[in-house]
Write a protein that binds this ligand. Structure first.
Ligand code: BG6
Length: 505
């Protein structure tokens, strides 16, 4: 490998208390605690020595019990192997308080935090991670404020709030959450998590675009035929029907993860790498996103849900037979959209987005297909395959570029060959988990990888146009696809109508 150019080191994290509201829940168990443990890596911990993690939830348990259950989670979900001496130093950071649902819970939280801070000589730098259901978000923020735990930024110490998606159920509720947060906090204190932004391959999109001159010169309507973004999952709704059945694929994936990826793909060069410059440039992409008018929803959108089918060796049930799903549910588990970014660079270039559960395998993929070669020389027949740049967000992280080459031989035959970069071969060691990077950035106060208030609002404005267009069921009726397939035939028709096809991984 050639010389490494370091633009910035990992953000240094000041000493702070990380209070996880909902610490006994799934997200804390699967993601937050393992990520924090991985930041502890022995000897060179990225956490400041005084930093504590205070679990705050409804479940009654002692700190000792919380530590034991955290150990179990870390054993199962940690990226790095659990080493005894690392665990011992990490577990000393863990504290627990029950009472999230009690009338005096937040007052007790404040007392406990102050006690911890005094005992550990910790400055009152506080992060409140709202790992709680969306309908509890507003009340929790209000109660944090009432207890004097959050107030507008001032002085040398900080109080920050981290909110998880879903931020809202529609445009109106998203605006309402935004108003609640901004009643008590400055934008600089709010961190909205979209874990896709913490993924290495998603972070790499800006590098791919602006650290390589070759792509940037080709990037736009002059040379790009179309772009595809696929977020495929083989899992069904699992144990999350309570949330998912009220949400659906459009709200769960498109409104956040996919529009973030789209913004990074279509972004104009930001004036600098500062958070505000990057966020502003991303916002400009959404400002140019063409709304979907109701009369166009049949041509531009497809929604569907999985029926019973086969995944690998397994027979799986259909969505409506899943536990917790309403029998008369109309929720989509698959969406395909054709969207346009109406700006100078992308004028007329379709972006096809597709996401679904119970597809053949888990794969998030971007494909940028370049225009056909002129119908002369090697492309007289019009059959010469186009160049294709494929970015594999996961699981086999990397990207490849299809170029045409002469097949060795005495005749003249041409076929696409792939220049392929795989992270696992090109770089040493596994990538950090998205939550490791994002938690570190919250501690450091770096907003670059967090959606802004304005982005969330704009993304909902667009998604609301789709939701509105679906209100009349006859326009884009809910279709079905067998589990284990790539979605309904209408999704194929969406791209085939334009003479294109989906690139299935
Ligand atoms: C979450 C969605 O935001 O992202 C889930 O709520 C989805 O439904 C998950 O499964 C996918 O994340 P990843 O990192 O596995 O691609």
């Amino acid at each position: 490998m050639g010389a490494v150019l370091t633009i910035s080191e990992a953000n240094p994290a000041p000493p702070c208390s990380i209070v996880i509201l909902g610490a006994s829940g799934d997200l804390a168990r699967r993601k937050l605690l393992p990520a924090l443990y991985n930041l502890e890596v022995c000897g060179e911990s990225l956490l400041a020595p005084e930093t504590v993690v205070l679990g705050f939830a409804r479940t009654r348990m002692t700190t000792e019990e919380f530590r034991n259950s955290a150990r179990e989670s870390v054993n199962v979900f940690s990226r790095l192997e659990v080493r005894e001496e690392c665990w011992r130093s990490f577990e000393k950071r863990l504290e627990y308080l029950a009472g999230l649902d009690q009338p005096d819970g937040f007052k007790r939280l404040r007392e406990r935090l102050e006690e911890i801070e005094r005992g550990r000589n910790l400055p009152p730098n506080r992060i409140f991670y709202l790992s709680i259901p969306p309908d509890a978000m507003r009340a929790s923020v209000e109660r944090l404020a009432e207890a004097g735990l959050i107030s507008r930024a001032s002085g040398p110490n900080f109080s920050r709030v981290v909110v998880e998606k879903p931020i809202g159920h529609d445009l109106e509720s998203a605006l309402e959450i935004g108003r609640t947060l901004s009643r008590f906090l400055d934008e600089s204190q709010i961190f909205r998590i979209d874990h896709y932004l913490g993924k290495e391959t998603v972070q790499n999109l800006l590098v791919l675009r602006f650290a390589n001159t070759i792509f940037e010169r080709l990037w736009g309507a002059r040379n790009v035929d179309h772009v595809q973004i696929t977020v495929a999952e083989s899992e069904g709704v699992g144990t999350r029907a309570g949330y998912y059945d009220r949400s659906g694929a459009l709200r769960d994936i498109v409104q956040n993860h996919m529009l973030q990826v789209l913004a990074l793909l279509a972004i104009e060069p930001p004036v600098s790498l500062d958070a505000s410059a990057v966020r502003e440039a991303k916002l400009n992409v959404l400002r140019a996103l063409r709304p979907i008018a109701p009369e166009n929803s049949g041509a531009l959108t497809v929604r569907a849900r999985y029926a019973a089918g086969r995944l690998g060796e397994e027979n799986v049930r259909g969505y409506v037979e899943e536990k917790g799903v309403a029998r008369d549910s109309r929720t989509e588990t698959f969406v395909a959209l054709k969207v346009f970014v109406d700006n100078w660079r992308w004028s007329g270039v379709p972006f096809y987005l597709r996401t679904g559960k119970r597809l053949p395998h888990r794969e998030s993929l971007i494909a940028v297909q370049f225009k056909d070669a002129p119908r002369i020389l090697f492309n007289r027949s019009g059959n010469l395959p186009p160049n294709l740049l494929t970015v594999r967000i996961q699981p086999d992280e990397g990207f490849s570029f299809d170029v045409m080459a002469k097949r060795p031989g005495l005749g003249l035959a041409i076929s696409p060959v792939q220049m392929n970069l795989r992270y696992s071969g090109a770089f040493e060691g596994p990538s950090p988990d998205a939550y490791e990077r994002l938690l570190l950035d919250v501690m450091a106060g770096d907003h670059t990888l967090f959606p802004s208030d304005a982005f969330v609002e704009k993304s909902w404005e667009f998604v609301q146009t789709v939701l509105d267009s679906w209100r009349d069921d006859s326009r884009a009726p809910l279709r079905e696809y067998p589990a284990g397939s790539w979605g309904p035939k209408e999704a194929d028709a969406l791209v085939e109508a334009d003479g294109r096809r989906w690139i299935n991984p």
